[in-house]
Design a protein around this ligand. Sequence first.
Ligand code: SF4
Length: 388
Amino acid sequence: MTANNQRTEAVYIHIPFCTNKCFYCDFNSYVLKDQPVMDYLRALDKEMELTVQANPPGRIKSIFVGGGTPTVLKPNEMEYFLQSVKRHFPEWSDRIEFSMEANPGTTDLEKLSVMREGGVNRISFGVQAFQNSLLTGIGRIHDTDDVYRSLENARAAGFDNMSIDLMFGLPNQTLDMLAESVDKALELGLPHYSIYSLKVEENTLFHTMYQRNQLPLPDEEDELNMYLLLMERMKAAGYKQYEISNFAKPGFESRHNMTYWRNEDYYGLGAGAHGYVGRQRHVNIKGVNPYNEAANQGLPRLESFEVSREEAMEDFLMVGLRVLDGVSRSRFRQQFGTSMEEVFAGPLNKMVGAGLLDSTDDGYKLSSKGILFGNDVFAEFIGSLSAN
Ligand code: SF4
């Protein structure tokens, strides 16, 4: 149950396999070759069964299948997986948002049709850039032809709700290249786009290259100019920036991601998945074989811990402010029985004073300057209560 005594209504399912490892990727994903995929799907089936037994769901409103690359599953594996989801969350229908991440290099019409017939109604394609040289340079397996072919196949399979991810701040990426990628993405006329900046994470090839001074990244000013450019182009094309990295036509905001940003409960299923149910967070066992073994014996947890009231309040601000409409004073009071200003007087005043937050009728939101320096704002709230 949530803090509001609601049952869980969102489901995240992790498929941890990829054809290859991208150079920047620190997600829990493993190169597909020789992996026990069917064993994994059976273990997932078991985890779903145990999860809904332990915490029965409410009226499910979103399912998100991420990875890894869910579309590396073969059509028969995909069919098995989607039937398994349907068995454990039988209420779903086209009224819910059922998203799946897809790699343009691993989809064809047959697989996309299996996905659509199996209930998936939203696809998020990892496109990243429209220059093959950049794609090769970050270790992606697809090229731009794959992007066009995948989208055409997805439309033929019956998908109209699609999103693509782009990246900026890539090695050797110029402002003009980013502009070209954004324009080509917009030409596709999709209802949703996510545009992320590259983060060099530890335990990635890029991190090693960075430490050896071998990663030609744009400098901070270039990266800021890239962000300004993409925001301007998205706005000019009629998309609302509803979150730091997300742009949508009205009604196409990602319902599932809003669950995270509103700090609501979600099941997290699969190897390395995180979940949040009834103020308990958990992280699942990461490796595929250890996960498979554990899921056959019980819930495959690596760790579970209770989120304190203080941490829940910090999270409310920290993740809630990512949404550009901001955080609601009345929702905070409803959830925690106290006033946001009383609890966070220091950080709120500091951020408003610095021109990074604006007050709204019912709370606070990032100012136009705050959107550019969101991480500085979020950092103000981390540990501001729980570290005391
Ligand atoms: S496809 Fe996605 S999950 Fe897989 S290696 Fe690349 S970035 Fe990571």
